[in-house]
Design a protein around this ligand. Structure first.
Ligand code: NDP
Ligand code: MG
Length: 391
């Protein structure tokens, strides 16, 4: 029996993870499940999977969670600290699928356990604090498996290969909801329009980030941190069908592509079973029926996020934490209706500029506290930029 925990269990990645675990109940002991607002889902899954503990990020919902778990034997807890404690409970495999920078501290707690596998969907932890997370895992002896589909694809294309022979890594982007919209219409894009993805069924925030290409921008940084390649070795290509997830180019001109259906259970299952491959309940592609795969260069006028990610990498230090915090703040304000779709990248650009000139903390030692400080200052700067725009 493998001991497993799922952080962010009530979300899109979390539910896909539980789907795989629930198919083989005799193989897994569920340790901790965590969520935030969706108490009914958290309690239902915790009871069905006989979890030791269920934790909500929201302290105001602890009583609701206790009520929902009454008599089940599952312990209830609440708050950010309780989630990090749940992440520290000894487990063989832990899925990190909380959305946003809130996933960093729990992910670090998993890595610090050593002798475990951290399945990492929470790309924000690599963007905010990649070196800190990787070093924590290395020092403790924990393994990190990428779960983002592109990074799982790169990982798979690199098996048995020599990193010195890698020339470039190409990550694909569907182009999101607005890839074919006329540019002048983008500023008017609504929340509902930005929240529907042509190929993938994901949480709302990452779906909007796909439309703005902030998701791909984050993934450029994630690729740099996880695989240690130079930023100029990382390319983005628009591939509307989302069948090829990434390609690795070698020094003999070969490109190794990873092809599969747009179903996150592949990348999750790969991380769950690695180094073995096991049967997964995903669609088998019929290439003849698909007929053709298309590619085009990304348009940096349409998607300024890509350029901002490269500037972030060039600046170095804790600029990734600034980038993420500014992006999360701008996204919150877009969801709240205070900011237009194209204004999100303007707010991020202004925040990067402001923090670069006014914040010495960016070059401080990368610790959880210092990342938290930079995150806090960047959110403040981003909010000020939003207010300025609204005014
Ligand atoms: P969802 O929004 O669907 O789920 C997010 C999860 O985090 C939920 O369990 C939610 O709880 C919980 N949560 C929200 N806020 C907090 C908080 N402050 N503290 C603790 N937990 C919180 O997101 P996704 O599943 O789409 O994405 C999760 C992560 O995986 C993100 O980092 C995303 O970028 C990454 N990812 C997702 C992919 C996808 O296909 N969805 C693909 C690749 C990467 P509740 O719902 O109960 O409020
Ligand atoms: Mg991805």
């Amino acid at each position: 029996m493998r001991r497993v925990s799922v952080l962010g269990a009530t979300g899109s990645i979390g539910q896909n993870t539980l789907d795989l675990i629930a198919r083989a109940p005799d193989d897994y002991d569920v340790v901790a499940l965590t969520g935030a607002s969706n108490i009914a889902q958290l309690a239902t899954d915790a009871v069905a999977l006989k979890a030791e503990v269920a934790v909500t990020a929201r302290e105001d919902l602890l009583d609701d969670l206790r009520d929902a778990l009454a008599g089940s034997g599952v312990t209830a807890a609440a708050g950010a600290q309780a989630i990090t404690e749940a992440a520290s409970r000894p487990a063989d495999w832990v899925m990190s699928a909380i959305v946003g920078a809130a996933g960093l501290a729990p992910g670090l707690a998993v890595a610090a356990q050593g002798n475990t596998t951290l399945a990492l969907a929470n790309k924000e932890s690599l963007v905010c604090a990649g070196p800190l997370l990787l070093e924590t895992a290395r020092a403790a002896g924990a393994k990190i498996m990428p779960v983002d589909s592109e990074h799982s694809a790169i990982y798979q294309a690199l098996i048995g290969e020599d990193m010195d022979a890698v020339e470039r890594i190409i990550i694909t982007a569907s182009g999101g909801a607005f890839r074919d919209w006329p540019l002048e219409k983008l500023a008017e894009a609504t929340l509902a329009e930005a929240s529907s993805h042509p190929n993938w069924d994901m949480g709302q925030r990452i779906t909007i980030d796909s439309a703005s290409m902030f998701n791909k921008a984050m993934e450029i940084i994630e690729t740099r941190e996880f695989f240690g390649v130079r930023p100029d070795q990382i390319e983005v290509i628009v591939h509307p069908q989302s069948m090829i997830h990434a390609l690795v180019g070698f020094n003999d001109g070969a490109l190794m592509a990873h092809v599969g259906p747009p179903d996150m259970r592949h990348a999750i299952g790969f991380a769950l079973h690695h180094p073995a491959r096991q049967h997964l309940p995903v669609e088998r592609l019929d290439l003849a029926a698909i007929g053709q795969l298309d590619f085009r260069a990304p348009d940096e006028v349409r998607w300024p996020a890509l350029r901002l990610a490269r500037e972030t990498l060039e600046r170095g230090g804790m600029m990734g934490a600034v980038f993420n915090a500014a992006k999360e703040t701008a996204l919150d304000r877009f969801i709240a209706g205070d900011l237009g779709f194209t204004e999100m990248s303007q707010v991020v650009a202004q925040t990067l500029d402001h923090m670069n000139t006014h914040c010495d903390h960016i070059d401080a030692k990368m610790t959880l506290d210092n990342v938290g400080r930079v995150d806090h200052l960047a959110r403040k700067a981003a909010k000020a930029a939003v207010v300025k725009r609204a005014g």
